[in-house]
Write a protein that binds this ligand. Structure first.
Ligand SMILES: N[C@@H](CCC(=O)N[C@@H](CS)C(=O)NCC(=O)O)C(=O)O
Length: 219
């Protein structure tokens, strides 16, 4: 049985949960409730950087959400092909996946983690830079979506959309997607309507009060 060390409110965990739900892949959740819990202690022994999710199967550990999703496709393929078999199409998907990780999630996490720091330790310059990067990313994505594509790389839901769901979800809570980016708004709504991601969002609802910037009353 696959074991997923994760927390339902974490964006990177939702990325993998979306992939698991897309293909109805059975797994056991090892809930990372707090750094003191048994699952977290196991995670720390396997993966000292203590970032999650982490997948374990037959004693083998796989870290990094994108790699976990690729591992799932190789070892537990289902009806939804999240990474195209054609290498050129797969490259497009990986590029969009890198875009969402590096230029949406990373600046979004910067703003949120800064809010958790003591007042005197805050990084005003870094946060302003992160907010600028989010606007740049929204603008670039708006252009990409202007060809009318349904999902990140075309008509098929892929690995890139698994990340886009949670990252656009939390990015909008963190630094609102401006009205000048209507296609990004519409894409975020399409992602929210996708049953696999909608399930991950629903499972995380009880944790909304813990969102450091205050969760908005929507979505
Ligand atoms: N590069 C990692 C990032 C994972 C990540 O940042 N996870 C967050 C939760 S969304 C985390 O582990 N946070 C714990 C911490 O920063 O201490 C991936 O792709 O899986």
């Amino acid at each position: 049985m696959l074991q997923l060390y994760a927390h339902p409110f974490s964006s990177y965990c939702q990325k993998v949960l979306t992939a698991l739900y897309e293909n109805a892949t059975p797994f056991q959740m090892r809930l990372l409730e707090s750094p003191q819990c048994e699952a977290w202690q196991e995670l720390a022994r396997m993966w000292p950087v203590q970032r999650f999710p982490v997948l374990v199967e037959d004693g083998r550990m796989v870290a990094e959400a994108s790699c976990i999703i690729e591992y799932l496709q190789l070892n537990h393929p289902g009806p939804v092909t999240l990474l195209p078999h054609d290498p050129r199409e797969a490259l497009e998907v990986r590029m969009m996946d890198r875009f969402f990780d590096n230029y949406l999630s990373t600046p979004q996490q910067k703003v949120v983690f800064d809010a958790l720091r003591p007042e005197a330790e805050r990084d005003t310059y870094g946060v302003a830079e992160a907010r600028r990067l989010l606007d740049t990313a929204y603008g670039w994505l708006e252009g990409v979506l202007s060809d009318g594509r349904e999902w990140a790389t075309g008509p098929s839901f892929t690995l890139a959309d698994c990340g886009a769901g949670p990252f656009l979800f939390y990015a909008d809570w963190t630094h609102r997607i401006g009205a000048q980016f209507p296609r990004v708004h519409e894409y975020r709504q399409r992602l929210l309507a996708r049953p696999a991601f909608a399930r991950a969002v629903d499972e995380a609802r009880p944790f909304r009060p813990f969102f450091p910037l205050g969760a908005p009353d929507r979505d």
